[in-house]
Design a protein around this ligand. Structure first.
Ligand code: ZN
Length: 446
């Protein structure tokens, strides 16, 4: 059994400070975030070299301290902060508010949209479902991340013909249909419930529409040559963990990244590619530290592949995460120690582990007054759920600032502490696709 972000249950806790109406009203405006982000980019443009040494970014969303992948994707792909669980829309859209989501004023353009407007190619690669929150940030506008298929919309008691689901937006949406590459899992959200896929799994759509067939038709209509790689959906749900996948039939993130860059590099105008190591997050939710770290290593290989295939002089690569998790790496183990081991002796004369979670499914109660300490054998099992302080069926995200790393043109602007929604404005500036900040002749405002 695996749990993910879909089970997020925000807690209506007592606030220490009521936010003023003015603060709340400002933050639902697209311009509030854009203005602040553009100012942050301009400040960086006039920074002296070596002025700032660290890179951190703040990931909170408008209504919650800790981000989920939905509001986070809206910030780092759309440049505007949003409410938890919403994608590609401003904070004027509350969760499940379909009317507000359909108001064009409340929609946010993603980097993919900006690149497409300038005639550049765009695409994404993920190990999750292609309709999951992070990749959806590339092409979708929705008041609920769970509306991945029309069945999800129906479950909210709403009309899918009015509240367009995410899979439908990938095929028919302005940005979705113009993507050159979409690689990942999530076949079920594109197939009707009465259609069985190649692997024997039924689809999830209630509208009896086969979106994979519609996609092929659309590409032919558009007169675009489509390759098999374009609409390759490798699994009914998320793609398998690297340690569990059949290496002959299911590609690695690195292989998908390579395939995507090959397709995108065939254009002359440059391209935008979003690559997500999406199962790092799902592994943490299950407190599977082994899998989370293995997926992180896989993500690192994909980044290296992108570096190998591009030129630092003309390609900006930005690497970051959408939020933290609660895993900690603690104690004073010696260099060369197995991280899946003990860090030392605790004050209750029992060993303590290097890796721990603040909350999650790995919690074990005291037994006859003794604190639970996993054995070496347990810790070396790939499917071992690491200990946590509080029991929770799904481990939560963390609100910590996360790192951001960049290479290529204008990478020196990714310095200091920045709001997450500044990122796409720097990328848009660097790629000359920004409406707000032309890449030539920029001037600093007084
Ligand atoms: Zn998550």
């Amino acid at each position: 059994m695996s749990f993910s972000d879909d089970e997020i249950q925000p807690f209506p806790n007592i606030r220490v400070r009521e936010r003023s109406l003015r603060e709340v009203e400002a933050e639902i405006e697209k311009d509030f975030w854009k203005k602040n982000a553009i100012k942050a980019v301009k400040d960086r443009l006039y920074r002296k070299i070596n002025q700032s040494i660290s890179q951190r970014k703040l990931t909170y969303c408008v209504d919650h301290q800790t981000a989920d992948s939905a509001c986070s994707a809206t910030a780092y792909l759309g440049g505007v902060k949003a409410n938890l669980g919403t994608i590609g829309v401003t904070a004027a859209v509350n969760k499940k508010n379909c009317t507000a989501m359909n108001n064009a004023e409340n929609r946010v353009d993603s980097l993919a949209t900006l690149f497409q407007r300038k005639g550049k190619r765009s695409g994404f690669v993920t190990t999750t479902r292609v309709t999951h929150a992070s990749p959806a940030g590339v092409y979708a506008h929705t008041a609920n991340r769970q509306w991945e298929s029309d069945t999800g919309v129906l479950k909210s008691g709403l009309d899918p013909s009015i509240c367009e689901d995410i899979a439908h937006q990938l095929i028919f949406g302005d940005t979705g249909r113009n993507l050159q590459v979409a690689l990942g899992g999530g076949r079920k959200n594109f197939l009707p419930t009465d259609v069985i896929d190649e692997e024997g799994n039924p689809g999830k759509r209630s509208d009896h529409v086969n979106l994979i067939e519609e996609w092929k038709k659309k590409k032919e209509e558009m007169g675009v040559k489509y390759q098999y790689v374009w609409n390759r959906l490798f699994e009914p749900g998320h793609m398998k963990y690297n340690v569990d996948r059949n290496k002959d039939t299911e590609p690695s993130l690195e292989e998908m990244t390579e395939a995507a860059i090959k397709v995108l590099q065939t254009g002359d105008e440059g391209f935008f590619l979003f690559v997500e190591g999406g199962r790092i997050d799902t592994a943490h939710h299950d407190s599977w530290a082994h899998k989370a770290l293995d997926e992180t290593a896989e993500f690192s290989k994909a980044v290296q592949k992108a570096i190998d295939m591009t030129d630092e002089r003309n390609t900006l690569i930005v690497v970051t995460s959408d939020h933290a998790h609660t895993m900690s790496y603690a104690g004073y183990a010696q260099r060369g120690s197995n991280v899946f081991g003990y860090a030392g002796m605790a004050s209750d004369a029992n060993l303590y582990t290097i890796l721990n979670y603040a909350n999650g499914p790995g919690y074990k109660p005291m037994l006859e007054g003794e604190r639970y300490v996993p054995s070496t054998e347990e810790m070396n099992e790939v499917g071992f759920k690491w200990p946590s302080t509080s029991p929770l069926k799904s481990e939560t995200h963390g609100a910590d600032d996360v790192g951001i790393f960049a290479r290529g043109p204008w990478s020196h602007l990714f310095t200091g502490v920045m709001e997450e929604n500044v990122i796409p404005h720097i990328i848009a500036f660097a790629a000359c696709v920004s409406d707000e900040l032309p890449c030539e002749g920029y001037t600093k405002e007084a």
